[in-house]
Design a protein around this ligand. Structure first.
Ligand code: MLT
Length: 411
């Protein structure tokens, strides 16, 4: 008799974003004339940069000629892309990352889940609260937790609250943990970490033989000059951190799919017999076995991000969304709503007006304004009473959404 992975039964019914989509679709069906504006899931709306498109078109032509046709590529990604990433994203910021330590993939969401394949089942795991739900759900699926409480907290995980009081940057755990998920610029709160804050984490991780999973998918949105873009800007991070990066939000690749993960060769963790094992070797083995790489065409598109034209176009794209974020911040503030984030991130995190619960505000916003956002409680118990607005949309839609919200929710 076939059996299932019972851990899946511990999960809440739906992953947050499909659940939102389900509610929005039901509303749209019942209200076919409503002009719904979607500022929920952080999905880009603006076209791919021209430099990326041109490179991809050329790559498609190469695939049509038997002299330049490509079959399977390296599972780790093509060296020419890994070298550009090492030079532009790391060496240019003084970080020591070798091209061979960079693994090209089809997304940070997949990588932050898949990375658990190479770790044991008895690690003590810390996540912030609120948090990007993938970190929690993939640990639940892997059997690393007990059941969820009423509040939605899973037994066995260490939750580190991030609130306005601590500038949405978690304090170090009071106990010893083995794996720590950090995301900066933060999804969902839009907060960033200073060098001092990250250094405290690196020092903690080194002192406790812990590994930090550092999700820097929104790094391109950092506008303040003193904020680190990579954890490898912090001394010692090569000995305790894996970093996840993505072209999704940087260059509009959510539908195109390309990302990368850095696993330094200096990084080790313990085997059952107490010996130190290089994580790079395990991740390389995992990827060569379970993954066949990102398509040549897409990697060519990603490479173009690092051309002079590509850099300028990506900068313009990021600035466009940041201007949306500024408009959202300003408009909501003028309506008397407390807002956070949105300066170094494409997300604005707000306190729900009139102390509404996150889902009540979601429903009111959808019904009264036909605007979709993301309930803070969907990111964790400490997100209750908060709400996330994404800056990924057209200028026209953002302005219209803000007009509708400020009219209805002036406090
Ligand atoms: C979000 O809205 O949080 C993101 O789109 C999720 C993701 O990147 O997977």
């Amino acid at each position: 008799m076939a059996t299932i992975n019972d851990n899946y039964l511990k999960l809440k019914a739906g992953y947050l974003f499909p659940e939102i989509a389900r509610r929005v679709n039901a509303f749209a069906e019942a209200n076919p004339d409503a002009k719904i504006i979607r500022l929920g899931i952080g999905d880009v709306t603006e076209p791919l940069p021209e430099a990326c498109r041109t490179a991809m078109i050329k790559a498609v032509e190469e695939m049509g000629d038997r002299n330049t046709f490509k079959g399977y590529g390296p599972e780790q990604g093509y060296a020419w892309l890994r070298e550009k990433i090492a030079a532009n994203d790391f060496h240019a910021r003084g970080c020591e990352v070798d091209a061979s330590e960079i693994f090209i993939s089809d997304g940070s969401k997949c990588d932050t889940g898949n990375i658990l394949d190479i770790f044991g089942d008895n690690n003590i795991i810390a996540v912030t609260d609120p948090v990007y739900p993938v970190y929690v759900d993939t640990n639940v699926m892997a059997g690393h937790t007990g059941d969820a409480s009423e509040k939605g907290e899973f037994a066995g995980l260490i939750y580190l609250p991030i609130t306005a009081e601590n500038n949405f940057t978690a304090s170090l755990p009071s106990e010893k943990v083995d794996l720590i998920y950090l995301c900066f610029p933060n999804n969902p709160t839009g907060a960033v970490a200073t060098k001092e804050h990250l250094k405290a984490w690196v020092d903690y991780a080194k002192a406790n033989n812990a590994i930090i999973f550092y999700d820097a998918a929104y790094e391109a949105f950092i506008t303040e000059s003193n904020i680190p873009h990579s954890i490898y800007e912090i001394e010692g991070a090569r000995d305790c951190a894996i970093e996840f990066r993505s072209f999704s939000k940087t260059a509009g690749f959510t539908g195109t799919r390309c990302a990368f993960t850095v696993v330094p060769k200096t990084l080790t963790a313990k085997a059952a017999d107490g010996s130190d094992v290089e994580l790079w070797k395990l991740w390389n083995r995992r990827q060569s076995t379970k993954f066949n790489g990102v398509s040549y065409v897409v990697q060519k598109g990603a490479e173009a991000v690092y051309s002079e034209a590509g850099k300028a176009q990506v900068k313009a794209l990021v600035s466009f969304y940041l201007e949306n974020a500024r408009i959202i911040r300003e408009q909501l503030t003028s309506a008397g709503i407390a807002v956070y984030g949105g300066v170094n991130a494409p997300y604005v995190w707000l306190k729900t007006p009139n102390n509404l619960s996150s889902w009540d505000f979601f429903d009111k916003l959808l019904q009264n304004c036909n605007v979709v956002g993301t309930p803070g409680s969907g990111f964790g118990a400490a997100g209750e009473g908060y709400f996330r607005i994404s800056a990924f949309n057209s200028r026209e839609n953002v302005e219209e959404a803000m007009k509708r919200i400020t009219e209805k929710f002036k406090v």
